[in-house]
Design a protein around this ligand. Structure first.
Ligand SMILES: N[C@H](CCC[C@H](N)C(=O)O)C(=O)O
Length: 300
């Protein structure tokens, strides 16, 4: 087994992704390697998407997801689009099926370069999100931040896309909130036994939203795909929007948008861009890396 593997630094609407090629190996990217890679400004990232050999028939790969703090995540929408782009560039194929901890994901790269991922079905049951308290209706749970008689944020929609999310509705630009201050408080709130990704969502029309997310295990990120899925579903679930919305991520307003459709068959389809930045090789045990010299190398 070689010491190093190939990787590509990519992004999905600014969500910083390392796509790591672990195919043919029996080991996995270690949390220590993730922490070391995140500590270097050149490879600082939000999530690692490690591509492993398929483990079940009918899938092209198993995708192992690590946050920059070394914890593992069950889902990563922006990262999945980056994996599709990397594999489409390598193989010439356009459609892929991946196994993740959250389940089986089907994805396709369109002629215009955007990528659609069927992120599966949303989960609303309190004990599967999970929440620490029983809520019959998790579309509006009792949780707030700020003065009891004038909370800054309150009554979020809670759900899971394989990973836990809380969506707080705001009536002004999400960038005007101190999410860096109260994100960690909410991420680690006792209400969320497995922590949670925290999103501020401003509904701008029945078919559009602007979101900003404090991610579990990663902090403030420029974009979060599974959070966009959760915001889109929660908008429809609470009657604020239709079942198909266009989402602008507040931190990256000029990088493009995500389209989220909560189909009538209960599947959530996310469509958006992915961008390759540069490639290199890395040691999945220690996180030591080397950037390829030639710019424009293949994505992986
Ligand atoms: N940025 C990712 C979300 C990673 C989720 C991770 N923060 C967790 O659930 O622990 C996305 O585009 O969906």
């Amino acid at each position: 087994m070689t010491k190093t593997v190939e990787f590509a630094r990519m992004n999905g609407l600014g969500n910083m992704i390392l796509v790591v090629d672990m195919r043919g190996r029996a080991d996995a990217v270690t949390p220590a390697a993730a922490i070391a890679l995140n500590a270097d400004p050149a490879t600082r990232f939000d999530q690692i998407m490690a591509i492993h050999d398929p483990r079940v028939d009918g899938t092209d790969a198993f995708i192992d997801i690590l946050n920059c703090d070394g914890t593992r995540a069950q889902a990563c929408g922006n990262g999945t689009r980056c994996v599709v782009q990397a594999l489409a560039s390598e193989t010439g194929r356009k459609a892929f099926t991946f196994q993740t901890v959250a389940g089986i994901l089907n994805a396709v790269e369109h002629e215009d370069g955007t990528i659609s991922v069927d992120m599966g079905k949303p989960v609303f049951e309190w004990n599967r999100i999970p929440l620490a308290e029983e809520f019959y209706d998790t579309s509006r749970i009792e949780l707030q931040i700020g003065p009891i008689d004038d909370p800054i944020l309150h009554s979020p929609a809670a759900m899971s896309m394989g990973n836990p999310h809380a969506i707080f509705w705001v009536d002004r630009d999400p960038m005007t909130f101190d999410l860096d201050r109260f994100g960690p408080l909410l991420e680690n709130h006792p209400m969320f036994p497995e922590k949670a990704n925290i999103t501020l969502a401003q509904v701008t029309s029945p078919t559009s939203m602007t979101t900003r997310t404090w991610e579990r295990g990663a902090g403030l990120t420029l974009a979060c795909g599974s959070a966009a899925c959760s915001a889109g579903v929660s908008g429809a679930r609470t009657g604020r929007t239709g079942r198909k919305v266009e989402i602008t991520v507040a931190s990256s307003p000029n990088r493009g948008k995500l389209t989220i459709e909560w189909r009538e068959d209960d599947h959530v389809v996310m469509t958006g861009p992915a961008e390759w930045e540069w490639s290199g090789t890395l040691d999945p045990v220690t996180g030591a890396f080397r950037r390829d010299d030639d710019a424009g190398a293949a994505a992986l």
